[in-house]
Design a protein around this ligand. Structure first.
Ligand code: GSH
Length: 219
């Protein structure tokens, strides 16, 4: 039975998993959660009533949460690229940075984007202000953390970089990374040039008109 991924190419958390699949050339069936496709949406909701994507189905097992899906791939479909180091201490560093990107870059970025599609009278001004402050603090912390580093948590590309790539991609569109944070900009450029993420960005290009804040004319 082939693996199925319920996802959309423009979704940041789906991109995180797509990078991992492409890193090891893992075959899968893309169950595209396209707006208006009720059949795939119903399958998705049956599998995961919380209706968040991505969702992976492998040998009848439903796996949710992008980081856990990548952990699942590393365990059940290991390939030449090890996205989670074998050494437990090194793996902890990777998981810590993965949490950083999800909690302090992705989450505030999603808050700002999702607020922008609310009706004006339902907007959360304080929540968005807090999200922007959190992003500024996270960019500052990351700029220090990335000084002298190529990848987020190891000498090689890992789970943490899978998380960082779409997070920094969309965060910079949403709340631009200040010019002073040159290490973060350099890291974002390295991620954009990395083949698996470059492929993900290219595949998502046709969907840019969907970006609620208006996609800038650049990557
Ligand atoms: N913690 C989840 C977050 C997944 C998530 O927020 N996915 C977004 C797309 S990037 C989603 O499903 N949004 C649809 C919705 O909020 O209804 C993960 O790591 O997979």
């Amino acid at each position: 039975m082939s693996m199925k991924l319920y996802a959309h190419p423009f979704s940041s958390y789906c991109q995180k998993v797509l990078i991992a699949l492409y890193e090891n050339d893992i075959p899968f069936e893309f169950r595209m959660l396209a707006p208006g496709d009720e059949r795939v949406a119903a399958e998705h909701e049956t599998l995961w009533p919380l209706k968040r994507m991505p969702v992976l189905v492998d040998e009848g097992r439903t796996v949710v949460e992008a980081s856990i899906i990548i952990e699942h791939l590393a365990l059940h479909h290991p390939g030449p690229v090890r996205l989670i180091p074998e050494d437990a201490r090194a793996a902890l560093d990777v998981r810590m940075m993965d949490r950083f990107f999800d909690n302090y870059i992705m989450t505030p970025m999603q808050k700002i984007v999702s607020d922008s599609i609310r009706a004006p009278e339902r907007r959360d001004w304080q929540g968005v202000t807090d999200a922007r402050d959190l992003l500024d603090t996270a960019y500052r912390w990351l700029d220090d953390a990335m000084r002298g580093r190529r990848w987020a948590a190891a000498d090689t590309f890992t789970l943490a970089d899978c998380a960082a790539a779409p997070a920094l991609f969309y965060a910079d569109w949403t709340h631009p990374i200040g010019d002073a944070f040159s290490n973060v900009h350099a890291y974002r450029r390295r991620l954009l040039a990395w083949p698996s993420f470059a492929r993900v960005v290219d595949e998502a290009r046709p969907y840019r008109p969907l970006f609620p804040l208006g996609a800038p004319d650049r990557d």
